[in-house]
Design a protein around this ligand. Sequence first.
Ligand code: COA
Length: 252
Amino acid sequence: MITTQLEDKILSICFDRSDKMNAITDAMYLAAEKALLDGSDNKEVRVVLFSGAGDHFTSGNDLAEFMSKPPSGNNPPVLKFLLALLRFPKPVVVAINGLAVGIGTTMLAHCDYVVAAQDARFKLPFVDLGACPEGGSSLLFPQLMGHSQAAELLMVADIFSSDKAAQVGLVNKVVAADEVQAHAQKIAKKLSLKAPGAMIKAKALLKQSYAADLEVRMVEEIISFGEMLKSAEAKEALSAFMEKRAPDFSSF
Ligand code: COA
């Protein structure tokens, strides 16, 4: 589930499903979207702070739901969440501990300040799942880090460290694991005390040159993603995960 808390003008949104490493379901996307939309309209909210419950940020989209109900159409719950995040007008801070997989990494490129534990790990396994990049990463990552780094993260798709995430521009600050929450709170507090109108204008201007193109790309990505999840390649990848074995793509 998603838990939210509003305190001192900071709206905390937590992926809270620790028995599944905070894997995100459609219901969780819709709850997070609602929290963002409500927070957008609420003057008492000046900053959003994302985190994950327990030892991890999130293991990404729930793979059981990918099998039973892959994203369909041009506005599935995952896209509703991503668009609400992209359009959220106020600062967004993220605290990362443990694993940040899939959308747990791509969503960072839409946020404004990311704090990660020194031992946090990141992974973008879309191609390994028989699917394609999502969350605007096919457009944003090459812009942010250049093609070669984006290809390494999205095509080689090995797990990578916080230092690497900082080097490619996905993470602002790497700190000791037990300092992540405190550091993220400190930044959120600092942002919450600044002039709110000026903050909203600054963020809008920072995103102005690419936000419209990004929305178009995010829709294209999710339509392809949903269609690809119905393919034999994806069925093999998802079955392999459920059966706790390595996938075999040799016959495709
Ligand atoms: N969706 C659904 N369940 C998930 C999940 C996900 N994305 N990630 C982890 N889980 C579940 C596992 O099925 C397992 O449940 P179980 O105890 O009922 O069997 C539990 O969380 C722990 O995961 P496990 O795989 O045993 O832990 P691990 O430390 O060996 O591996 C990961 C951790 C994250 C590397 C591995 O779970 C993984 O690859 N998950 C899928 C990540 C993914 O592809 N996400 C989608 C991106 S688009």
